[in-house]
Ligand binder design. Sequence first.
Ligand code: NAD
Length: 497
Amino acid sequence: MKTVNHWIGGKPVEGVSGNFGPVTDPATGQVTTQVALASVEEVDAAVASAKAAYGTWGTASLAARTTVLFKYRALLDSHRDEIAALITAEHGKVHSDALGEVARGVEIVELACGIPTLLKGELSTQVSTRVDVASIRQPLGVVAGIVPFNFPAMVPMWMFPLAIACGNTFVLKPSEKVPSAARRLVELATEAGLPDGVLNLVNGDKVAVDRLLENPDVAAVSFVGSTPIARHVFATGTANGKRVQALGGAKNHMLVLPDADLDAAADAAVSAAYGSAGERCMAISAVVAVGGIADTLIEKITERAVKIKIGPGNVPDSEMGPLITKAHRDKVASYVHGASAQGAEVVLDGTGYTVEGHEDGHWIGLSLLDRVSTEMDAYRDEIFGPVLCVLRTDTYEEAIELINSSRWGNGTAIFTRDGGAARRFQLEVEAGMVGVNVPIPVPVGYHSFGGWKESIFGDHHIYGNDGVNFYTRGKVVTTRWPDPSDGGVDLGFPTSS
Ligand code: NAD
């Protein structure tokens, strides 16, 4: 059986703790791989390697850093298919979707290639007589990245390319459910010429995460995952004096006004709710239908949903793959059954679905629930599966109040032809990323990604300018080159003159 090990100091390192976890192909339900689960000592070895490399990488020229990043970008480009296949084999998402996540990750490497521009400081000359002030940003040291299962390649690339471009060294802890794509990304960085120790990888579970949060040589932690773990990572990391950004879960609403193009809205709802089997933090999981359009909209969503082809991600005409584990599949199914018991109308019931020839895969079909209320579990919890809830309101005001009462605020979208309503929505809605007739408004690399409320803990969104600020700290240098005529002791507080 294939084993995925660690990558420390520019080379593979076998797991010596003797602990391994199983990695399953969700389309077959078979264990295909074992992944090393790091001990405290193994995590410490990776951090020590990153700390040693920081000595030279932290002061490497911008040209030296970008030379590697440009080569890395080219290598990733020629390995897109291979990385996407690794994602599909362990996550289950269809190949085209996996290629999409690789593309969005490479976008951040491209951003990092422009680090000389992003790190340009500020200079004010002659703030006082013969005095200049410069603001510069410097790296933090060793940064750790802890990532979820649902984007095995993209989320790691939200973090390490920009962190190392800023001069930090890095320790990545992938999800133990999907370790192979991240492991390949790290190998390719060494192939691109990244010096040994700048980018390390330890596989593992809670033991590895908790050690990264405690190791005194880790200066900062980027985390993406579920809300309870994000809260834990933020609380523990900051209590240990680290800078932490911890992105959590979501429940994303799509508000549809009566004047919207309902065909376009139905296309968007189906794509955004069921793409990647709903295992996206930016998936639309709740449609809020305003002013009597719900019946027509549901009809149009149903027409489209029943045509979606479910099957293994490596079969070319599959549009939706399986869920990550059997346990997760059963939990998703329990929300559909629970919603029915709690009074929702089950328009489509995807539970019990299976794919011929792959009966042990983690399959579930598409579910659509109507007349969902905010008290139902299917609405209150993040289901993270192909289940779309429809809530009905009479007015825009009721709809915005409903959305703003959610404990999450990751992404949201409005569908309308009314520019005034769209403008009002973007100002009033409490969420970090807003789409206007765009169902999954994931920002491009040069804008930052992040939610509000329980979708994030910490002040910095990820990548874009927020990413650069998170991975650097400010320093202000005040310089005076005295003139021979200057002199004399002055105990007063310095003022400008
Ligand atoms: P998860 O929180 O279970 O795991 C995330 C990481 O934390 C993994 O590396 C895992 O090994 C580690 N971990 C798990 N349990 C831990 C524990 N008890 N202590 C310490 N570390 C632990 O999340 P997941 O199931 O892998 O991913 C899905 C979740 O991630 C969803 O909630 C989704 O919304 C969220 N997500 C959010 C974003 C975003 O940008 N906000 C993006 C992608 C995914």
